[in-house]
Design a protein around this ligand. Structure first.
Ligand code: SAM
Length: 214
């Protein structure tokens, strides 16, 4: 994602009621932010937030949290929320490396990774969100029967992600190498900003759903 320093982004985010400040203080207590008990689903690397806003509109009984590393990107999601506020969606500005300091064991029911940064150099493999290092972090916060859904148009990243599943102690529940032409996997699919952009160029979209081996 192209990054520019946007003047004032930090201030807008600091003031926004839709961005959770000091999220580590909520660890173990996320249920108290929700108006009524609801499953907690998170997207890591949410970008401008279109996927989560559509998901939150469609599923008012699920509470969504979007995590984004850069304030210049999160700003766009915050601005959209100011226009169309949603009760069941909040954002966190943070690096997902620190995710275990924010969510407790089994606190999250589903994790979405959408069009994660590929980090093509081998020496950066552990920065990839579907790497075994990140899967281990996710293992610590996800409910025992929780699932992680990952989609991308990057074949190298997807092949890497698939190879990481077993060694990390997870199993594949569903996989497709052409999401938009796979009737089962595509049912209820909500497109992300990147998905719209790359599929309109004719790129196939790859997706897996994984869960932990018990
Ligand atoms: N998910 C969106 C979509 O599909 O349209 C955005 C995809 S964009 C390629 C990847 C996003 O993930 C960027 O906004 C980037 O800043 C964010 N990101 C990458 N690594 C991250 C990390 N470790 N923690 C939080 N956000 C991260």
């Amino acid at each position: 994602m192209r990054l520019r320093n946007i003047t004032g982004a930090d201030e807008v985010i600091e003031k926004s009621e839709y961005v959770i400040k000091e999220p580590e203080k909520m660890k173990g207590n996320w249920k108290t932010v929700m108006k009524q008990p609801a499953p907690l689903h998170i997207e890591i690397g949410m970008g401008k937030g279109r996927f989560l806003m559509d998901m939150a509109k469609q599923n008012p009984d699920i509470f969504y949290i979007g995590i984004e590393k850069y304030s210049s990107v999160l700003l766009r999601a915050v601005q959209k929320m100011e226009e169309t506020p949603l009760d069941n969606l909040r954002f966190i500005l943070m690096d997902a490396k620190e995710i275990e300091s924010v969510f407790d064991k089994e606190e999250v029911e589903r994790i979405y990774l959408n069009f994660s940064d590929p980090w093509p150099k081998d020496r950066h493999a552990k920065r990839r969100l579907p790497s075994r290092q990140f899967l281990e972090r996710f293992d610590h916060i996800l409910k025992a029967d929780g699932t992680l859904e990952f989609k991308t148009d990057n074949r190298d990243l997807f092949d890497f992600a698939v190879e990481e599943v077993k060694p990390a102690g997870w199993e594949i529940a569903g996989i497709t190498y052409d999401l938009h032409h796979d009737e089962t996997m595509n049912r209820g699919n909500v497109m992300t900003e990147y998905e719209e952009k790359f599929s309109s160029k004719g790129n196939p979209i790859y997706k897996y759903i994984i869960f932990r081996e018990h």
